[in-house]
Each structure stands twice: as structure tokens, then as C-alpha cells.
Ligand binder design. Structure first.
Ligand SMILES: Cc1cc2nc3c(=O)[nH]c(=O)nc-3n(C[C@H](O)[C@H](O)[C@H](O)COP(=O)(O)OP(=O)(O)OC[C@H]3O[C@@H](n4cnc5c(N)ncnc54)[C@H](O)[C@@H]3O)c2cc1C
Ligand SMILES: *[C@@H]1O[C@H](CO)[C@@H](O)[C@H](O)[C@H]1NC(C)=O
Ligand SMILES: *[C@@H]1O[C@H](CO)[C@@H](O)[C@H](O)[C@H]1NC(C)=O
Ligand SMILES: *[C@@H]1O[C@H](CO)[C@@H](O)[C@H](O)[C@H]1NC(C)=O
Ligand SMILES: *[C@@H]1O[C@H](CO)[C@@H](O)[C@H](O)[C@H]1NC(C)=O
Ligand SMILES: *[C@@H]1O[C@H](CO)[C@@H](O)[C@H](O)[C@H]1NC(C)=O
Length: 439
């Protein structure tokens, strides 16, 4: 959940006239004039860019090109004040962190694309064992900044993933078995509220803090100096295993090595949740992978991957019951499958979407058939397809989330942005765990 923020780009204060927006101009021209007014109104710490400029291209770009859209302009804001973009002009906008969302329109728009890239500080406080992280960073940058201190955080596993989206969606990390989700380790958020106020939110701000707490290949991660001898023998005997990354290295170097290119210009993710990965369930997953590989390859599919993520069933036990909106039930550990399809032909989008939905259902049905109580299990928000009903992600918490939204965003400013989102985060303070960066 994110981005329920108030966008009031200070334009009202700088003599912006409503009449100017209510001309017969198309939405595009109205948006463009907002871009121009924004350019005049913002402080020197911020900039507005237009199509043709390299900064614009960078700002609208995403890991999956299908998640990008031709924005009227992009805005790189350097201060929280400049983020207060005009809510009442009803200008569509998007907020981008690391740009790894695979859901079109979640961090892209044909309106104003707001890039958080200038929120890029990493400030480590050794005495409190916390770090303050700008929401425009990717995890690689965070690990690199922390490496000299020999500390690390519960963050992303693959190079390039953004701090903001990852954390707002929960955040499954190599450290999750030990320390829980990323969100379980956040002690404060800095928010722009829908009334334009910039506020630090801690657990004292009960509703907002709770609401914010929502939102490959063969990887092996051993988090101790020397593994007991023979521990990985069976694993390493699997034909085709890539052993080149199997060495003692820093967290940063491991994550950097785990770069995962999209494999095609268009990518959607899907998700299903299980209690355990049994052999028959894995066979059903293999069958799904083959079936959809065969079915979709003639339709320009380039990648059909179903990644199983066998965390410990205790993965949700690191936060108190009800301490965050997501996962909705911490009493049962849910292990995700991440469905990952890539293809080239945009006219096949609907087919790929339909296949992802069907395949996730089929795998769920296989688990239910063997007795797993997962027919209504919550799906992981960071892998959920764009049209997943919010009840399937936040379960019984949806009601309280809607109430919070009504209170803080009565004008539905955040409805102008995409996503399953609620609030805008500027900086994170993340509690330190694991003092080792060695893996
Ligand atoms: C290659 C790859 C690897 C991945 N690996 C993992 C993994 O190991 N574990 C895991 O849990 N997930 C993983 N994911 C999923 C990932 O967590 C989500 O895609 C996440 O949304 C990415 O965050 P981002 O900031 O990069 O994305 P963006 O596309 O920039 O943003 C995602 C969402 O967050 C919102 N948002 C961004 N910044 C802000 C802000 N400052 N305030 C409010 N809202 C904001 C955006 O509007 C958007 O809705 C992976 C995804 C990919 C593509
Ligand atoms: C990438 O997305 C942009 C914006 O939607 C589009 O203009 C461009 O053609 C796409 N590029 C590719 C290679 O698909
Ligand atoms: C985020 O934190 C940094 C470091 O403390 C600070 O310089 C910056 O002003 C903060 N961002 C906002 C919007 O306050
Ligand atoms: C670390 O945090 C403590 C407690 O909030 C504060 O007093 C101290 O000034 C901080 N140190 C730095 C270097 O910011
Ligand atoms: C980090 O660890 C290395 C290797 O053990 C050590 O040389 C260095 O002094 C440590 N740095 C800090 C800041 O603790
Ligand atoms: C394999 O998957 C397809 C598609 O879901 C399904 O129709 C078929 O019955 C499955 N076959 C087996 C043996 O499970």
C-alpha cells in the first residue's frame, strides 16, 4: 500500500488559476500545463522533465517495459514540500521507486510521473541500530552504503528492486526466516498526508503505521561463516546447478550477482500461496510450467517461470498478531509461488493475464486436493496481478483500511494514481538486524 498522499504541487499558492485548467484543452494539454506550472513553482531542489530528455526517459522507465507509460512529464522532487502536487486539479499521477512493479499503471501514468530518485540518502545510526533510507533507492545502494559498517537490513534479494514498493508490499528477503518481512523491521515512515502535511509515522500513529505495514532460479543463501560439511551435497548434485555464485561473499555482491533480466519487454507476475511444497504439488507446478510453456510459446511468450519460495512456516511470526495490515493472518505461514511470464507481443496481454489467473487457480486446486487449507489463502501483494481483489490480499483488514483511507484521503486523491495503494512514503527508518554481511 502506498501513495495515499496529497498531491498539491504548491501551484495554488503560486497563482495557478483553476480557469486555466478548465479550458477546452484535452486532458493531455491540461496535464502539460500543470507540468509547466509545476516547473515554475518547485524549489531548485526539484526538476520537471519532458519527453526527449534522458532524465524523462530514466524517470518513466521500468524493469518490465510493459509497466511504463508515456507520461506528460516527469518530476524529480528533492523536497517533501515540492511533492505537494495539486490534488484538486484531478491530474493523474504516478509515484515510482525502483520501478519493479509488474503491474501496468501502478508506478506509471499518462499524467505526471513522480520519480522519488532524489530521496537517496542512507543514514546509519550505530547507537540505535537503525538506518534511514530514502524511498527512491534500490536495495543494492542500501547494501553498498551499509557494507562498510558490517551491517545489513531485511531487504530485496535481486539486484535493482526498489526499497519503497518492496517494503510497502511486505518484503520477502533472504533474512525473512530469521527476522520476518521487511515491514516487520520498519520503525518509522515519513509521509506526505493527503492534507499536504509531512509527518513521521511511528507505531504511536496506530492506524497509519498499521496501514503502511501492508502493502529465483536456484538460489542458495547460507547465513553463517562455514556450513557444516556435506550440507549442500544433495543440492549441488542436481544436474544443471550453477555453482559459480556458491562462495563466501558479501550480501551486496550476492544480490548484485542475482540480476534477473525481464526476459521480454512485457511481464506480468501472478501469485498463489501454500502451506507446504509437497512432491505432488511440485509435480503439479511442473505440469503447469510445461503446459503453459507449450501453450503460450506460439503466442510470443519468452519466459514461463513458477518460482517456489520455501520459507520456514514461521515466517510471519516475527511481527505481533495484527501488527500490520498485511499479511492479514500471521498465525499461519504462507509460502508463495511467484508466477512470472514474459512475452513480446502487446496484443497477447489479455491471453497472458488469463493464463496467469488460470494457472494460479490450478496450482491452488492441486494443493486443496491434497488437503491444504489454501482455497482462500491470502496472496502476496508484491506478486499479485493488478486486478486481484483487495480482499484476496488484505482479507478481513480491508474494512479497516477503507476506513483509514476515508479519514486521510476523503477526496480520493490517491485514486488518481494506480495500484492497491494508500500512502506516500518519503523516508524509511529500518531497524537493524543481523550484524553480518557475510553469506
Ligand atoms: C526482478 C524482481 C525481483 C523481485 N524480488 C523480490 C523479492 O525478493 N522479494 C519480494 O518481496 N518482492 C520481490 N519483487 C517484487 C517487488 O517487491 C515489487 O515489484 C515491488 O513493488 C517493487 O518495488 P519498486 O519500488 O521497485 O517498484 P515501483 O514500481 O517503483 O513501485 C511499486 C509500487 O509502490 C508505489 N511506490 C513507490 N514509491 C513509493 C513511495 N515513495 N511512496 C508510496 N508509494 C510508492 C508505486 O506507486 C507502485 O504502486 C521482485 C520483483 C522483480 C521484478
Ligand atoms: C516501452 O514502453 C514505451 C511506453 O509505453 C513504449 O513507447 C515503447 O514502444 C516500449 N518499448 C518496447 C521495446 O516495447
Ligand atoms: C529524508 O531524510 C533525509 C536525511 O535525514 C533528509 O535530508 C530529507 O530531508 C528527508 N526527506 C524529507 C522529505 O524530509
Ligand atoms: C542516533 O539516534 C539517537 C537517538 O535518536 C540520537 O540521539 C543520535 O543523535 C543519533 N545519531 C546520529 C549520528 O544521528
Ligand atoms: C568490518 O569487518 C571487517 C572484517 O572483519 C573489519 O576489518 C572491519 O574493521 C569491520 N568494520 C567495522 C566498521 O566494524
Ligand atoms: C496439466 O495442466 C493442465 C493445465 O492446467 C491440465 O489441464 C492438466 O490436467 C494437467 N495434467 C496433469 C497430469 O496434471
Amino acid at each position: 500500500m502506498a501513495a495515499q498522499c496529497f498531491f498539491a504541487f504548491i501551484l495554488l499558492a503560486s497563482g495557478f488559476s483553476a480557469a486555466r485548467l478548465q479550458t477546452r484543452d484535452s486532458q493531455f494539454h491540461a496535464t502539460l500545463s500543470i507540468c509547466q506550472l509545476a516547473a515554475q513553482a518547485i524549489s531548485p531542489a526539484s526538476d520537471v522533465f519532458y519527453p526527449g530528455s534522458p532524465s524523462y526517459a530514466e524517470d518513466i522507465s521500468h524493469w518490465a517495459n510493459s509497466s511504463s507509460a508515456p507520461a506528460a512529464c516527469s518530476v524529480e522532487t528533492g523536497t517533501a514540500q515540492d511533492l505537494r502536487i495539486l490534488g484538486n486539479t484531478r491530474t493523474p499521477f504516478a509515484v515510482k521507486g525502483g520501478g519493479h512493479s509488474t503491474n501496468p499503471g501502478f508506478s506509471s501514468t499518462t499524467g505526471v510521473e513522480i520519480s522519488m530518485s532524489r530521496f537517496s540518502e542512507v543514514i546509519y545510526n550505530a547507537s540505535t541500530q537503525t538506518v534511514e533510507i530514502g524511498s527512491g533507492l534500490i536495495w543494492d545502494d542500501v547494501y553498498a552504503a551499509l557494507e562498510p559498517y558490517n551491517v545489513t537490513v531485511v531487504g530485496g534479494r535481486i539486484s535493482g528492486v526498489g526499497v519503497a514498493g518492496f517494503t510497502l508490499g511486505g518484503g520477502l528477503s533472504y533474512k525473512t526466516n530469521q527476522y520476518g518481512l521487511a515491514v516487520d523491521n520498519v520503525v518509522a515512515y515519513e509521509l506526505v498526508l493527503p492534507n499536504g502535511v509531512v509527518k513521521t509515522i511511528t507505531s504511536k500513529d496506530e492506524d497509519l503505521f498499521w496501514g503502511l505495514k501492508v502493502n529465483i532460479g536456484q538460489l542458495i543463501f547460507y547465513d553463517a561463516p562455514t556450513p557444516p560439511s556435506g550440507l549442500f551435497d544433495e543440492f549441488l548434485a542436481i544436474p544443471g546447478i550453477d555453482t559459480t555464485v556458491l562462495k563466501t561473499q558479501s550480501y551486496l555482491s550476492y544480490v548484485k550477482a542475482a540480476a534477473l533480466p525481464p526476459g521480454g519487454p512485457r511481464v506480468f507476475y501472478g501469485a498463489a500461496s501454500f502451506l507446504q511444497f509437497t512432491k505432488p504439488l511440485l509435480q503439479a507446478v511442473i505440469n503447469e510450467t510445461k503446459f503453459w510453456g507449450d501453450t503460450l510459446t506460439p503466442h510470443s511468450a519468452t519466459v514461463i517461470v513458477n518460482s517456489i519460495e520455501p520459507f520456514l512456516p514461521s515466517l510471519f511470526s516475527h511481527g505481533a498478531p495484527g501488527s500490520s495490515a498485511c499479511p492479514p493472518d500471521r498465525s499461519v505461514g504462507l509460502l508463495p509461488i511467484n508466477l512470472d511470464y514474459a512475452w513480446t507481443d502487446a496484443s497477447e496481454d489479455a491471453r497472458m493475464h488469463g493464463a496467469l489467473v488460470r494457472s494460479a487457480r490450478q496450482m491452488t486446486a492441486a494443493a486443496v486436493a491434497e488437503g491444504q487449507d489454501v482455497a482462500l489463502a491470502a496472496v502476496y501483494s508484491n506478486y499479485a496481478l493488478f486486478d486481484t481483489p483487495v480482499e484476496d490480499i488484505w482479507g478481513k483488514n480491508v474494512q479497516r483500511l477503507r476506513k483509514i483511507k476515508r479519514r486521510y484521503d476523503p477526496l480520493d486523491v490517491m485514486g488518481l494514481a494506480g495500484g492497491f495503494k494508500f500512502y506516500m512514503v518519503l523516508n524509511y527508518t529500518i531497524e537493524f538486524n543481523g550484524l553480518t554481511t557475510e553469506i
